[in-house]
Write a protein that binds this ligand. Sequence first.
Ligand SMILES: NC(=O)c1ccc[n+]([C@@H]2O[C@H](COP(=O)([O-])OP(=O)(O)OC[C@H]3O[C@@H](n4cnc5c(N)ncnc54)[C@H](OP(=O)(O)O)[C@@H]3O)[C@@H](O)[C@H]2O)c1
Length: 226
Amino acid sequence: MKIGIIGSGNMGRSLGILWAEQGHNVFFGARDLEKGKAVAELAGHGTNGGTNDEAAIFGDVLLYSVRGVNPVEVFSSTEVLSGKILIDCNNFDIPEGFAFQPIVQSLAEKLAAEVPNALVVKAFNTMAQEVFELAPTPLKDYEVSVFVAGDDAQARQVVMSLAEDIGFAPVDCGALRNARMIEGAGDFIRFLLISQLQNPYATISVKILPQAQQQRLGGRQTSNLH
Ligand SMILES: NC(=O)c1ccc[n+]([C@@H]2O[C@H](COP(=O)([O-])OP(=O)(O)OC[C@H]3O[C@@H](n4cnc5c(N)ncnc54)[C@H](OP(=O)(O)O)[C@@H]3O)[C@@H](O)[C@H]2O)c1
């Protein structure tokens, strides 16, 4: 798959390298062409680097790692995003004391409203960069969830498969509006790993447990809350 990285910071560099290792064709974009080229040189695996415009033109799938910045400011024309799968891995800035505001419009929905010509998919925002350093092995053994939301089912499938390629366990979260909850989960895990646990390897995942053999507690009964 041809993947364009928009913004070659921690997330762009890490995911780009992981996908390149799995045989995907990756182009690292940055505001400064020389930075894009330098990251590609570090990445190896036949990757290339240059501007964000070049990365967007190159990729069928794009990783948008430029938190909250309107694409109008990032590309010479947002036409370069037409028909592309645009993965939004962003989280809100952490406010003082982790006093996050309720999310009424997710960053992913804001991005989709700014570039309705692209297929925006939320993913990869609920784990720290350090976790990517473990990918694809031994990460695979731990079944770390990547929550994936987007209005185009096929685009979601593509992103889920890219998550699986690098050792994650993708979870289909349906429509893009569900990114509000996924971004909330991103806020929660950052609160835990930064403030409470002080451990960037803490993760948040869905675990499906085996069914109880017997319901000795009476099982789930009809609620009588009216
Ligand atoms: N780091 C993590 O552990 C982590 C985990 C999950 C999600 N996230 C989220 O992912 C996003 C990126 O995080 P990061 O750690 O990769 O950040 P980062 O290392 O600071 O990189 C930020 C990127 O944004 C680009 N950028 C910043 N301002 C820009 C502007 N005005 N116009 C165009 N490009 C601009 C930079 O571009 P250049 O390459 O051109 O310098 C850089 O590549 C954030 O929203 C973050 O919350 C981060």
